[in-house]
Design a binder for this molecule. Structure first.
Ligand SMILES: [Zn+2]
Length: 150
């Protein structure tokens, strides 16, 4: 085998799509991706072991390394869950609409802003409760209970 062919073979070997399993038992993530040196778990960054080539794996329902990495980035970028961001945006819309009405009292705009800030604080509180559950425990209603105003 010529040097050129050996070199080609090495490249093909390196480009194999491999299924990996995270060695962190609490994480236990399985993903696949192109074989590369020093690959670690995209979720917890612990070492991983190769299981087999993806084309021989029993399930196609395995996320790629890049998909997991991207979803982790998204989670870290946005502090919001569910409709929280949508609510925050509606609060800004509400303020902008109110401001367009024109003031009928010298303190009406600041009163409205104070109300908006209380609503925003309620959402921010949810974020803080998720990030620091020990210091700010979630004191939720029974499962499924919701408040609605009409
Ligand atoms: Zn992991």
């Amino acid at each position: 085998m010529s040097w050129a062919n050996m070199s080609k073979g090495w490249v093909v070997e390196k480009m194999k799509d491999i299924v990996y399993k995270c060695l962190n038992e609490k994480c236990d993530t399985i993903f696949h991706g192109i074989n590369k040196d020093g690959i670690c778990c995209p979720v917890c960054e612990n070492p991983v072991v190769p299981i087999m080539e993806f084309k021989y794996y029993c399930s196609n329902d395995v996320p790629t390394y890049n998909d997991l990495k991207q979803s982790i980035r998204t989670v870290h970028i946005s502090p919001y869950r569910g409709t929280e961001e949508e609510i925050m945006n509606h609060l800004i819309d509400a303020f902008n609409l109110f401001a367009k009405l024109g003031q009928t009292h010298p303190s009406s705009l600041s009163d409205f802003v104070n109300g908006i800030h209380k609503c925003q604080d309620a959402i921010i509180c949810r974020i803080v409760q998720r990030d620091y559950p020990e210091q700010f425990p979630i004191k939720c209603l029974k499962d499924g209970a919701k408040h609605e105003i009409s």
